[in-house]
Design a protein around this ligand. Structure first.
Ligand SMILES: [Zn+2]
Length: 282
């Protein structure tokens, strides 16, 4: 797919990127071309009245936890099989030529790293890790997946891509969830949770402080594929704007940071970023 951007917008974006010391803040919109639906996109979860799991329900209600793991067990098939797209590769290219210093992502799919990016802060954690809420032990999702498979032979079936959410959760009718067996921490028997920040949960303080310090020293902030609906990401745009750091936004549809942006492009991410990397990289 080729893309013709308005020359002025591409020129402005290119100038922002060329000035260097750029921090990328990315959201679900950069992964939709990898087949992972956006919460707020046209087929997104909020359009289907999907309510994401909250931290409170997950920790307080064993039945909610069982439903989450059953759905996530199926969603993981798709998330773990997803491949990085042109947008992820363009970001990695801009990083490798020294224009992008760091990527802060709201995504939990690991696709920036799979696309070659080196310095990636996973603001909301990552689905490929699991944490024990009792002993704090971190472990690999792949290991947990093996244990869940063994505990649930024959569970599931084909998953409709349109029902998978960016947090790896799948919309499933209640009766399909019956009988799913949850497994606990091998070390202590405690409750396992994916190492991601759920709705209703805060991003760890140290991680926020690390990102705030990164933005403080930035030459520019480039928002890619985020509607900036959630404060955990929007705060960095507000911080940059207050400090006089230029903000560029590439997103399909309006964002809650548009008022802070010095350049704004409403276009598909993959082709836009490919064009941008080709124009800006030395
Ligand atoms: Zn444990």
């Amino acid at each position: 797919m080729t893309l013709t951007l308005p020359d002025a917008a591409l020129a402005e974006l290119t100038a922002l990127v060329r000035s260097g010391d750029l921090i990328v803040l990315s959201g679900a919109g950069i992964s939709t071309e990898s087949g992972i639906p956006d919460y707020r996109g046209p087929s997104g979860a909020f359009q289907r009245n999907h309510t994401p799991m909250t931290y409170q329900a997950f920790t307080r209600d064993p039945a909610a936890r069982r439903r989450y793991w059953a759905r996530s067990f199926l969603g993981w098939r798709m998330i773990s099989a997803a491949a990085p797209n042109d947008g992820h590769r363009a970001v990695a290219r801009l990083e490798s030529c020294g224009l992008v210093r760091r990527v802060i992502t709201q995504n939990v799919d690991g696709l920036h790293q799979a696309g070659g990016a080196q310095d990636v802060v996973e603001l909301h954690g990552s689905l490929d890790r699991v944490i024990c809420l009792d002993c704090g032990e971190l472990s690999d999702r792949i290991e947990l997946d093996d244990r869940l498979r063994a505990a649930n032979p024959g569970f599931g079936g084909p998953v409709d891509e349109a029902t998978v959410n960016p947090d790896g959760d799948v919309d499933l009718p209640e009766e399909q969830l019956d009988g799913f067996a949850v497994v606990d921490c091998i070390g202590c028997g405690g409750v396992l949770k994916p190492d991601v920040v759920f709705f209703g949960e805060n991003v760890p303080k140290e991680r926020v402080a690390d990102c705030t310090a990164t933005i403080e020293r930035a030459g520019g902030l480039l928002v890619l594929g985020s509607s900036l609906t959630v404060y955990s990401g929007r705060r960095f745009v507000v911080q940059a704007a207050k400090a006089g750091i230029p903000v560029g936004i590439v997103n399909q549809g309006p964002t809650r940071g548009d008022d802070h942006a010095s350049v704004r492009v409403d276009a598909p991410l993959g082709p836009t970023l490919t064009a941008l990397a080709a124009a800006a990289a030395p």
